[in-house]
Ligand binder design. Structure first.
Ligand SMILES: NC(=O)c1ccc[n+]([C@@H]2O[C@H](COP(=O)([O-])OP(=O)(O)OC[C@H]3O[C@@H](n4cnc5c(N)ncnc54)[C@H](OP(=O)(O)O)[C@@H]3O)[C@@H](O)[C@H]2O)c1
Length: 318
């Protein structure tokens, strides 16, 4: 990307969007548009096309979507399928008709089958049924990924699909209704410590394994692929992950230690576990020149420090 390029970041207020915008602005890119959902509702096809017709967008980072943890995706499957499908279809189609030079779409490791062999390589996608708790989200991600892939085949666009594993880090959603596993555990342990609760309840059996990537590592990946890799070299999509995982029990114990909580852990096995394991094979990304840098322990400490400075301190000051 050139410094004068017009860059569109959808989902700029989200966890990934904030981290990306911080890095782009810090790198001297000033010609950036990052409309909120109120300014441009991407579910509105007409408005999305008009937006692209009115300004010559060179590069798109498409991050916007309806996102949430397992509880939300089980309760609101309609929104997870419909909104994500509409938003992604409109952006990718409008970018193609407007002649956007390059686009990055973020999928998710949820696209892999529930019983996928581990680690999951790109060719394993669509080889079996999805995990039921995130089926709608996965189908929307597959639809979008295929539209980008077909646009490349049929119209010669340069649209790249990156499939990140579970993410965490600065700017995550810590409030229970919108949190993911790391932010939910940080919130619970921190609250239990402050309120001297004797135990913390954790959803599921604790045996499920998860791969977690620090959000700044994903930003590195997006910038690397935008600047140095073309769709023809990626194929259908590329996994972006840490390449190692840990059980929810191990994750909970690590966060408990970082927070300094001394009570008990109680696992509620009546709550759904989701996919038993989701570890990505990241060798394709490595061959294309990207590797993660921040391990679990370091990333979790950075996230908790950020939470104390930006969420807890602000609550205290309010
Ligand atoms: N977080 C993860 O663990 C994870 C893992 C794998 C992949 N991903 C993917 O990474 C991307 C970014 O995730 P995130 O965690 O940063 O999400 P997030 O924090 O939940 O942010 C979602 C963003 O989408 C925007 N948005 C929602 N509906 C919209 C609409 N109708 N029109 C325009 N914008 C809309 C929101 O804008 P407003 O605030 O203005 O409403 C917000 O900026 C998503 O595509 C997600 O699927 C995330």
């Amino acid at each position: 990307m050139e410094k004068a390029s017009l860059i569109l970041v959808t989902g700029g207020s989200g966890m990934v969007g904030q981290a990306l915008l911080g890095r782009l602005r810090g790198g001297g890119f000033e010609n950036i548009v990052a409309p909120s959902s109120k300014q441009l509702d991407l579910r509105d096809q007409g408005a999305t096309h008009r937006f692209f017709e009115q300004q010559p967008v060179d590069y798109v980072f498409h991050l916007a979507g309806h996102i949430g943890g397992i509880g939300a995706s089980v309760t609101y499957p309609v929104e997870f399928l419909y909104e994500n499908m509409m938003i992604a279809m409109h952006v990718i189609h409008a970018a193609r008709t407007a002649g956007t030079r390059k686009l990055i779409f973020l999928g998710s490791s949820c696209v892999y089958p529930r019983e996928c062999k581990q680690p999951m390589a790109e060719d394993d996608v669509l080889t079996g049924p999805f995990e039921p708790t995130n089926e709608g989200y996965a189908i929307a991600k597959i639809g979008a990924m295929k539209l980008a892939e077909y646009s490349n085949q049929q119209y010669g666009t340069n649209f790249l699909n990156l499939m990140p594993c579970n993410l965490y880090g600065y700017g995550d959603h810590f409030e229970p209704a919108k949190s993911h596993v790391v932010s939910a555990l940080i919130y619970k342990f921190d609250k239990a410590k402050r309120e001297r609760e004797p135990s913390v309840e954790i959803w599921g059996t604790g045996t499920t394994r998860r791969e977690l990537l620090f959000v700044e590592d994903l930003v590195d990946a997006m910038l690397h692929f935008m600047d140095h890799v073309d769709a023809k070299d990626v194929g259908s999509f590329v996994n972006i992950g840490l390449g190692e995982d840990l059980s929810i029990r191990e994750l909970a114990l690590t966060i408990k230690d970082i927070v300094g909580y001394t009570g008990e852990l109680r696992f509620d096995a009546t709550k759904p576990d989701g996919m038993p394991r989701k570890l990505m094979d990241i060798s394709r990304a490595a061959k294309l020149g990207w590797k993660p840098k921040i391990g679990f322990e370091q990333g979790l400490r950075l996230t908790y420090d950020w939470y104390l400075a930006n969420v807890i301190a602000k609550k205290g000051a309010a």
